[in-house]
Design a protein around this ligand. Structure first.
Ligand SMILES: [Zn+2]
Length: 76
C-alpha cells in the first residue's frame, strides 16, 4: 500500500497515511485538529527519474555515499 502525504487546510499540519491508491483523493482526517479539509500532496516516491537500480539506499559501503563513481556525481 502506498504512503501518501496530506496537508491540513485548517491547521497546515502535514501528515502521512498508508492507504489504497483508490482512496488517495478521499479527504483524510487531520491528526492534529481532526479536520477533514486536507489535500493530498504529490508523493515523494515518484520524484526520481529512472536509474532506481543504482540509487538504492541499501548500498551499505563505507559511508562514502554515491561518490564511488557508479552514479556519475563527479561528471559536472
Ligand atoms: Zn489540521
Amino acid at each position: 500500500m502506498p504512503l501518501y502525504e496530506y496537508r491540513c487546510n485548517d491547521c497546515s499540519a502535514v501528515f502521512e497515511l498508508l492507504r489504497p491508491m483508490a482512496d488517495r483523493e478521499v479527504a483524510a482526517v487531520c491528526p492534529s485538529c481532526e479536520s477533514r479539509a486536507s489535500m493530498p500532496l504529490i508523493s515523494r516516491v515518484a520524484v526520481h527519474a529512472g536509474s532506481s537500480s543504482e540509487a538504492s539506499p541499501s548500498t551499505g559501503g563505507g559511508g562514502g555515499g554515491c561518490c564511488g563513481g557508479s552514479c556519475g556525481c563527479g561528471a559536472n
